[in-house]
Design a protein around this ligand. Structure first.
Ligand code: NAD
Length: 264
């Protein structure tokens, strides 16, 4: 263990199971000595998250649905009860009605637009506001985004619009919190098969397309995301904030289908 995170503690939000991007990051942080608390959404996930947290030496697990500000306040109160300060937060949360993650964006309903924006974009702002109070010595906040914020990915629809808001929020939050040495960054991960991703129409096609056309000619793993997460949450990235960093096997630099990629 190189101890890049020794003496640092923080909150991991958005762990659902051992396929979650949050799990890839948490495992890497634990390897490097971080102490972590985990929040989960709803009782059903408790029985999945508790044993995973225990694997990383944590018994600090509590509920937090980020769409309710009173629930978010209660979660941060629970955090403060045990720890007076934290060094990092991982925000690995997104949600939309899956019936609107297929078909056309033009058909997005107002209710789902607002809900998706609330859970997938505004929640980072609400979390940053509360985390800041616990970061008197600076800190690092990391969120997860996707290329569908930058370019149209069929079926990603309203989630792409929410991720665009999330990425711009990263920049505004970085500027607000920078004077307090709190850094805010995003990892734009390539497609990975997780619970959330399974709600996106034609996801298997997206996975195959990325594998065939990314410069590295493969898909990324949660371990790839974990390595970059460690960089953002440790002092390795001490001069970096407001950044959206692609961990996508290079897919975002490619402008057209690779010559050797078969039709799928
Ligand atoms: P996941 O299903 O493992 O994690 C999503 C998490 O969001 C779950 O833990 C879920 O409980 C949580 N969540 C949803 N609504 C919530 C709410 N109201 N309050 C609190 N938590 C809530 O899937 P994942 O793919 O690991 O997703 C994590 C993040 O990574 C998301 O922001 C997702 O958009 C992003 N991302 C995923 C991919 C991918 O291909 N899997 C690619 C790029 C970015």
């Amino acid at each position: 263990m190189s101890g890049l995170m020794a003496g640092k503690r923080g909150l991991i939000m958005g762990l659902a199971n051992d396929k979650s991007l949050a799990w890839g990051i948490a495992k890497k942080l634990a390897e490097h000595g971080a102490e972590m608390a985990f929040s989960y959404q709803g009782e059903a996930l408790k029985k999945r998250v508790e044993p995973l947290a225990a694997q990383l030496g944590s018994d600090f697990v509590f509920e937090c649905d980020v769409s309710e500000m009173t629930v978010l306040d209660a979660a941060f109160d629970a955090l403060k009860k045990r720890w007076d300060t934290i060094d990092f937060v991982v925000h690995a949360i997104g949600f939309s009605d899956k019936t609107e993650l297929r078909g056309q964006y033009v058909d997005t309903s107002l209710d789902n637009f607002l809900m998706t924006m609330n859970i997938s974009a505004y929640s980072l702002v609400a979390v940053a506001k509360r985390a800041r109070e616990m970061m008197p010595n600076g800190g690092s906040i990391l969120t997860l985004t996707y290329y569908g914020a930058e370019k149209v990915i069929p079926h990603y629809n309203v989630m792409g619009v929410a991720k665009a808001a999330l990425e711009t929020s990263v920049q505004y939050l970085a500027n607000d919190l920078g004077p307090e040495n709190i850094r805010v960054n995003a990892i734009s991960a390539g497609p990975i098969k997780t619970l959330a991703a399974s709600g996106i129409g034609d996801f298997r096609y997206i996975l195959k397309w990325n594998e065939l056309n990314a410069p590295l000619r493969r898909n990324v793993t949660i371990e790839d995301v974990g390595g970059s997460g460690l960089y953002f949450l440790s002092e390795l990235s001490s001069g970096v904030t407001g950044e959206t960093h692609h961990v996508d096997a290079g897919y975002h630099v490619v402008g057209m289908k690779q010559e050797d990629a078969p039709d799928i």
